[in-house]
Write a protein that binds this ligand. Sequence first.
Ligand code: HEM
Length: 409
Amino acid sequence: MANGNENEAAETFAAILDPARRGSLYPHYHRLRALAPIHEDETLLGRRAWILTRFEEADAVLRDLRLHSDTSAIELFDTGSSGRTFFEVMRKLLLYLDPPDHDRIRGLVTKAFTPRAVEARRPRIQAEVDRLLDRVEDAGKTELVADFGYPLPIAVICEMMGIPSSDRETFLTWAHDFARRGDVSAVTSEVIERGEVASAGFRDYFLDLARTRRRKLGDDLISALVQVEDESGRLSDEEVVSTCVILLQAGHETTADLISMAMRGLLLHPDQLARLRAAPERVASAADEFIRWDTSVQISQRVGSEEIEVARQRIPAGDVLVVMNGAANRDPARFAEPDRLDLDRATASHLGFGMGRHFCLGASLARAEIATAVGTFLTRFPRFDFAEEPVFRPSLFLRGLARLPLHLG
Ligand code: HEM
């Protein structure tokens, strides 16, 4: 029978899932960590899951090679009669694959995302940042999410993939509808329908682009993917589509969210903003602390095919381990004064990019985009402030701001 602590932990977890409380998420994480650092729950996934909020267990679970991404989460998307295209794309995403397929596909794209390869892209990232900020400069105000946060990463990843700029508007709509379809907490028939249209759009577009690149290779990621012709390395059409989709999806919304949340973080920490203005070169190392402080990918799921033990709790095979990355990143046992954004702290080991086998492939690119975006914004706008309260999106799986209206000065 549930005791008082368990009831309180269940209520606290309900508060964490409540879309209306996105602006006050972290106190609830602290409460849950104190009450039940391994909290048993059936409300999130409709089956038994263990919610982890301490850094130590979260880190160990993500590193544990016996555990896999929770592919049964994808089965939820197999809605049959209302269409299977979204499901077909999801089940081949890198994030849900195990070796050897995972390593084979990751190995093909990883070269484009090394720190060195990203460094070579810096001038292009800077040019796009400048172009977007030129457009808002004279208005004296901006809605940062729509004007800057979103367009920047989509432009960068589309360019890397060789997607012409004229197709980007269509891509933004598909990318948005695809991401909403993946959020299990907010599925409606309209979301399903739009998700199907987006998935079919992506599939047809990428297959067509892959055919074009096979005829004439370019200097882009899709060319690199189709170039691999040997038996062991060759990607199936399905794999090409899913790999393009994950690069596009993982490569834009997360980074867009981080740019806006970093700016919100700076406005809430005027001392840090002042220090960064005084020494703008520090922005290069600040990205990880922005991500530790408030990240977009709040949840990673793992499942074991054998029983394991986590902090002396027996976890039967098939139960889901739900790693709350954001909660782990604010664990006071790991980070002193965790609620403070502190650009001087050594943050490198945070879990905002995950850990282990599925560690974020685009981490270097994300760091470069965030640093260039935030650094340039601060230099160009010596004074800026909230024009209205920021508005969070309802999603917890992919946390981010829907709106961040700012005055510019
Ligand atoms: C600040 C921005 C970003 C954040 C916070 C972020 C976060 C994450 C996290 C937490 C994971 C691991 C998920 C898990 O283990 O369940 C992940 C995986 C991944 N990320 Fe990122 N990401 C960001 C930007 C990017 C960018 C720019 C790309 C570029 C294409 C990218 C591509 C990927 C890919 C492909 C994976 C799957 C890797 C695998 O399964 O081996 N991400 N990301």
